[in-house]
Design a protein. Sequence first.
Length: 417
Amino acid sequence: MKIAVEGCMHGDLDKVYETIKYIENTRNIRIDLLLCCGDFQAIRNEKDMESLNVPPKYKEMKSFWKYYSGQEVAPVPTIFIGGNHEASNYLWELYYGGWAAPNIYFLGFAGVVKFGNIRIGGLSGIYNARNYHLGHHERPPYNDNTIRSVYHVREYEVHKLMQVEEPIDIFLSHDWPLGITDYGNWKQLVRYKKHFEDEIQQGTLGSKPAAQLLEKLKPSYWFSAHLHCKFTALVQHEEGGQVTKFLALDKCLPGRKFLQIVDIESDPGPFEVQYDEEWLAITRKFNSVFPLTTQRGDFRSTQLDMQDCRQWVKSRLEDRGVKPCEFSQTVPPYNPFHSVSNTTFSGSPCNPQTLSFLELLDLPYVLDNVSGSRDHPAPASLTQRDDYSEDIPIEDEDELEEDVAEDDSTKPDNENK
């Protein structure tokens, strides 16, 4: 299976798909899947822009709305996670995962799916120590505080992912696992990213929960983005044991290393996104302690036995099938000729895909539950990089396969960037 891995999308779907098409034509290959490591920016219309936490100069509609509306269809199956620059109201609709547009699947705030026989897991958002132990108290429409905390990784999702026992082939995170630079050429990295050196020396560059998941899950591949550069590493988990190939990529800009093709052994196609039985069992077991206020989740109070959950889920999938519910629109898509009225819709709609998922697992819909502390102020200072830094790409050796940078030879229209 040939998988294209992309760093930060920032809404430039047209550019990435055009680059993939160029690669397929020039190399005479077919790409089976595109993975995006966050900052996808699934902006459907002007209202979604209000939940996007970026400086005003970066607030652009970009091209996702065309795929949401059906004007364009993703030419290759696409799976993505969330980062820190997202249409957070839309991703909250699809908290458990689902089709953000036809052929474009959001993995959820945390999730595991199968694509063919390849098992893909992921964690959305970035790590912030002050918000890590809080529940999901944020609700659309977001205020000045919650718009900056809604995308922070929470202990609840990490705890669920830590329950995964079956092998993971690929794992996606937006920010890098803490300490990953110890396993690659960090000295070369800081020659181009001088401001990283202090954090690397102090052991603060990256996400502590991601590092815990890396140690527990030991996936064959781990892909990240966020820091707008390419970096590779090989993690040997124990002597003679499992090795994880780590790759971080840049954002979609001319001359930057934002895309790479990885060849992974798999069963023959055709391939499609399917639910993962173990992950559904974990979701069912822990949904009763889904923390929806600022209070920390109490994982000790779960009553369901995992083996019973697993057997129950298996029976449900045998009856219903393993494919996710089909995509459906929940808000009007952007129209270049007519602005979406502020009164057209408000808050976060109840997405039919989410209802279908919860019906499958016989779980209640709770995403609209509003806590009394929804306006609880988030800390003003963030512990992680939260900006749009324009960084110089590194020129490191490839541990996987040759990478692809968008430049004059690969993109005929890059002068528009």
